[in-house]
Design a binder for this molecule. Structure first.
Ligand code: HGY
Ligand code: MN
Ligand code: MN
Length: 416
């Protein structure tokens, strides 16, 4: 842990993260989901901080918050910085939020120090990265990069509302699929600061690192259908219990992933109908999240789990269906931008670990538009997607110093 006390700017950043973390759709926990009332309040608060940093602020048709400072000339290229403002349920206050608030604070320091940036900058607060409401991640950055498809608009949330209708309600009218906010040639790249959400930086005793690659991920909605029945009068041998079938599948998912590291596979959600203690469940829907650094291994694992589910269902007289709601390839970060960022990290803390990301990030989607680089910041015990997620203010100060140094280096590269 760095010894010096956190800077004033880091203390301000920390208090802003606390304040943003209290904006939630659910009392007593931090939960902000796509286009929710809390996301509206969060965007209003972060937009205020963006304006204070001298950025002009707008929201696009997918709910992304965009703070922009023009470059010196009309032909200036733009550097994108940002992350997501939505959260998982009962989340911590750093996942996503850090990557939006840190660049805002860094730009305030750049302004105060009179560092001239010979390019425009945009700070992005994406409206949906976690995929909580519609079981499909990156709807915000897909909208920003023009990658949103008609099939995305048809995705439905647990209330049966589709993305298209949610967007029409948000915008007050139906809008066409958004085009990319920028042409690739207009951009210098995308920089995302994010908590590591893993144990490596803490184990190495440093505050920051860079990210060579971001793992791919497949998400699906899996449905088992049997027949509901009376829990008291239906003999066990005559049952087609959808929940027992799903339970056998869930254990098979765990068993399969344990047998093939570094594969990870998770069933995070389960919904059993009709959901009464004295009724045999007739229909069960579970989520499936499968990840691996190598795309071919991830896809093979997903196919293997589908086959296992089908066999379990057949043995139990259940029907089995799979809806793939997301399939993202693994992404390599930009060597050039990451080498420059690593110089800033080394100049601040001596060494610079390269930490592949098992978590997905908006950089996966932005990589289709422009080179991406990521700055990882240490989080306590690597804990994330949990209310005890924590970054020490001294590590916030290190992250701030690194990003300011990176901007200054990039400025001198492009000043020539
Ligand atoms: O699920 C993830 O990897 C990220 O936190 N959205
Ligand atoms: Mn997350
Ligand atoms: Mn995140």
């Amino acid at each position: 842990m760095p010894k010096e006390s956190p800077s004033r700017e880091a203390a301000t950043l920390d208090s802003r993260l606390k304040r943003l973390g209290r904006i939630s759709d659910e009392r007593g926990v931090t939960t902000r989901t796509f286009l929710s009332p809390a996301m509206g309040r969060a965007s209003a608060l972060v937009g205020k901080w963006m304006r204070k940093a001298g950025l002009s602020v707008r929201q696009d048709g997918v709910g992304n918050l965009i703070g922009r400072r023009e470059g010196p000339g009309t032909g200036s290229k733009t550097l994108l910085l940002g992350s997501h403002l939505d959260t998982v349920r009962d989340a911590g206050r750093f996942d996503g939020a850090l990557g939006v608030l840190l660049p805002i604070a860094a730009l305030e320091i750049v302004g105060r120090r009179g560092i001239v940036l010979p390019f425009a900058v945009e700070v992005l607060g994406f409206s949906e990265e976690e995929g909580v409401r519609f079981s499909s991640a990156y709807l915000g950055s897909k909208g920003y990069t023009g990658k949103l498809r008609k099939s995305d608009l048809r995705l439905r949330d647990p209330e049966g509302i589709c993305v298209g209708d949610a967007l029409a309600r948000h915008n007050g009218r139906k809008t066409p699929l958004p085009r990319a906010a920028h042409a690739p040639g207009e951009l210098l790249g995308y920089v995302e600061a994010h908590i590591e959400q893993g144990p490596v930086l803490e184990a190495r005793g440093v505050a920051a690192g860079v990210v060579p690659s971001i793992a791919g991920q497949t998400r699906a909605r899996i449905t088992f259908v049997g027949s509901a029945g009376h829990a008291g009068t239906t003999p066990m041998r005559l049952r087609r219990d959808a929940l027992a079938g799903a339970a056998e599948f869930i254990l098979e998912v765990e068993h399969h992933a344990r047998a093939c590291p570094p594969l990870v596979a998770t069933v995070g959600c389960i919904a059993a109908q009709p959901g009464a203690a004295n009724v045999i469940p007739g229909r069960v829907e579970v989520s499936l999240d499968v990840r691996h650094p190598v795309d071919s291994r991830r896809r093979a694992a997903f196919a293997g789990l589908q086959l296992a589910g089908r066999q379990i269902a057949r043995r139990r007289g259940l029907s089995f269906s799979v809806e793939v709601t997301q399939d993202n390839r693994a992404v390599a970060c930009s060597r050039e931008l990451t080498a420059l960022l690593a110089r800033s990290v080394r100049s601040r803390q001596g060494s610079c670990p390269a930490v592949p990301s098992g978590a997905g990030h908006d950089g996966v989607v932005l990589s289709s538009l422009t080179p991406v680089t990521m700055l990882f910041i240490r989080c306590r015990k690597g804990l994330s997607h949990h209310p005890d997620e924590y970054v020490h203010p001294r590590d916030l100060a290190v992250g701030l110093d690194i990003l300011v140094d990176f901007l200054a280096r990039l400025a001198s590269l492009h000043a020539r």
